[in-house]
Design a protein around this ligand. Structure first.
Ligand SMILES: [Cu+2]
Length: 597
């Protein structure tokens, strides 16, 4: 039945395409431009039996057609709409000549239904069908994607909305799903190969050493000579914000490029719920709707106390739900600017199709600063420079701080600073000397913008987490890498180098400290569990499945290890995971092994 509806939607899209819109731009109804939003009449996949077919499909954006791996022929994949308390069987047919899989991101389910080949099941072999079956015990905004190879980069992702069993605490008149992603016409294995050869390959904003020292480059012009010399001396690049950039990526909103301008409709005065899902392989976005404040009501599928903001950063694999209330008969631009400002996703919210609002230009490119290098914890006494305290990008224009940084450069490469359980080999090229908790910091590049910006400290849970126990143990995990060689790891050990699994006792309450020794952001995700991000705020800790750890920063979470089994634990930047920043969490004993005393 649902299959039939999706098929009809496809045929309808095809018919429109034949009329000139572009034959291979096949979108599910919710993702078609001019969508009135999610409504009971909208074709979605729902009910107890759902069928998905993984196949090769053409995908067109910006007038160019490439090769995608899709589900049911559409990109993004069909919206799956479920209800808390139901059971679901999802039959996934693999028509490819390679293995595939689907991971249900953020789901609480038996581990063998989690969908990670080699960890929780064997994968879905070519020309076979696998049936996932599990109860739906939660509600909110989620998504699903391949955990096989690099398929996620080429279109294998889609949204999930789970309606709550109890009345929804969030009131709204209309809702739109906003799936953010990044598309490249480069084959993902070629892309990965380029990163391995040269970590900064896609960073065309990167400064040449001569440009840096000579002050010829755009960015260098804004830096003092001593700053430029210092960065050059450290062989580091203050523009190294994103590994893969707009030089190859087209940033998509609901599968539409910026020129195609996906448009979602509203009636003035309505409360519109926007369900943002960052399904990108590698792209962190800054989200704003100029002229329209957003009230954040949910993060990672968990309700939060409504908090109004003008901009938020959404890391890869996070979800945020926002309520907007446009009152006038006018259009608004939804801006999804990539963190390094090399490009943007762009969409429009409007009362009618064809309406547009001004599209703001990309803002100046951010530069890494003191805190991003893990020097945020340096105090006056230790450094002898008061300016070390601030850690914002403006420090980079400050000669005093740069002298201090140049003095620090030895320490940044000083590998004696790490504890003995971190393996310091060729895969680790720098160690942030003094990472600090950055969960209350404004996100990278938004330190100075003249409006409200959401931080993790603003997120307060609507209901307190069920486990009130204090952690009885704490575990440190270092986020490590060698940027030039594109090697990424936990504690200096890649998954395929025989990393020792992370072991939790069943029902143990444990504090995990993520210590980012690198100069990049890492969205760290654990499967099968939610955790409390430790913010220390009196209103309580937000509950999430993914936490973005800022460069040179720390983030701690408290976890109740209540799901027995083997679970993936990894950075959600696809190529970081692929390069080795992944491990297995083992929660024991299993059901048949008795209870923990
Ligand atoms: Cu990472």
């Amino acid at each position: 039945m649902n299959q039939l509806i999706e098929r009809r939607a496809l045929l309808r899209a095809g018919a429109i395409g034949a009329a000139g819109v572009g034959l291979s731009s096949l979108f599910p109804a919710w993702a078609q431009s001019g969508s009135a939003g999610l409504a009971p009449t909208l074709p979605t996949l729902s009910g107890e039996d759902i069928r998905l077919k993984v196949a090769h499909s053409p995908f067109t954006v910006g007038g160019r057609t490439g090769h995608a791996i899709t589900m049911n022929g559409v990109l993004p994949a069909p919206l799956i709409r479920l209800r808390e308390g139901q059971n679901v069987r999802i039959h996934v047919e693999n028509t490819l000549d390679e293995d595939t899989s689907i991971h249900w991101h953020g789901f609480i389910l038996p581990f063998h239904m989690d969908g990670v080949p080699g960890i929780s099941f064997p994968g879905i072999l070519p020309k076979t069908t696998f049936t996932y079956e599990f109860p739906i015990v939660q509600n909110g905004t989620y998504w699903y994607h391949s955990h096989s190879g690099l398929q996620e980069q080429v279109g294998h992702y889609g949204p999930i909305v789970i309606d709550p069993a109890e009345p929804d605490p969030v009131a709204y008149d209309r809702e739109h799903v906003i799936v953010l992603s990044d598309w490249t016409f480069l084959h993902p294995h070629q892309l990965f190969g380029k990163l391995k050869k040269q970590g900064g390959y896609f960073n065309r904003q990167k400064q040449t050493l001569s440009g840096l020292v000579g002050g010829d480059d755009d960015l260098a012009r804004n830096m003092s000579l001593s700053d430029r010399l210092m960065w050059g001396k450290m062989r580091m690049d203050p523009t190294d914000i994103a590994d893969v950039t707009g030089s190859t990526y087209t940033y998509l909103i609901n599968g539409h490029g910026p020129a195609e301008n996906w448009t979602g409709l509203f009636r003035p005065g309505e409360r519109v719920r926007l369900r943002f899902i960052n399904a990108s392989a590698m792209s962190i976005f800054n989200i704003r709707i100029p002229g329209l404040p957003m009230t954040i009501v949910q993060a990672d599928g968990q309700n939060v106390r409504p908090v109004e903001t003008d901009e938020f950063q959404i890391s890869v694999a996070e979800t945020y739900d926002a309520i907007v209330t446009p009152t006038e008969d006018k259009a608004f631009t939804l801006v999804a600017e990539s963190i390094d400002r090399s490009g943007m996703g762009r969409a429009t919210l409007a009362p009618r199709m064809g309406m547009q609002a001004p599209v703001p230009p990309l803002r100046p490119k951010p530069l890494l600063g003191m805190k991003d290098m893990g020097m945020g914890g340096m105090d006056h006494g230790a450094m002898g420079h008061g300016s070390m305290q601030h850690g914002s990008t403006s420090d980079m224009n400050n000669g005093a701080s740069s002298e201090a940084m140049a003095g620090m450069s030895h320490d940044m490469r000083d590998k004696s600073l790490v504890p003995p359980d971190v393996k310091v080999g060729v895969g680790v090229d720098m160690i942030a000397p003094m990472p600090v908790d950055r969960t209350g910091d404004r996100p990278l590049g938004l330190e100075e913008v003249p409006h409200r910006v959401l931080t993790y400290h603003d997120l307060a849970p609507l209901t307190a987490f069920h486990d009130k126990r204090q952690p009885t143990r704490s575990v440190d995990i270092h986020l490590t890498g060698n940027m030039e060689r594109f090697m990424w790891s936990f504690d200096g050990v890649k998954l395929n180098e025989g990393a020792e699994p992370i072991r939790f006792a069943r029902n143990e309450r444990v504090r995990v400290n993520l210590i980012n020794n690198s100069m990049m952001s890492h969205p760290i995700h654990i499967h099968g569990h939610f955790f409390e991000v430790v913010t220390g705020m009196p209103h309580g800790n937000p509950v999430k499945h993914t936490v973005n750890v800022m460069p040179g920063g720390k983030a701690s979470f408290d976890l109740t290890a209540d799901a027995p089994g083997d679970w993936a634990f990894h950075c959600h930047l696809l190529y970081h995971m692929h390069a080795g920043m992944m491990n297995v969490v083992k929660v024991r004993p299993m059901d048949d092994e008795g209870e923990v005393a």
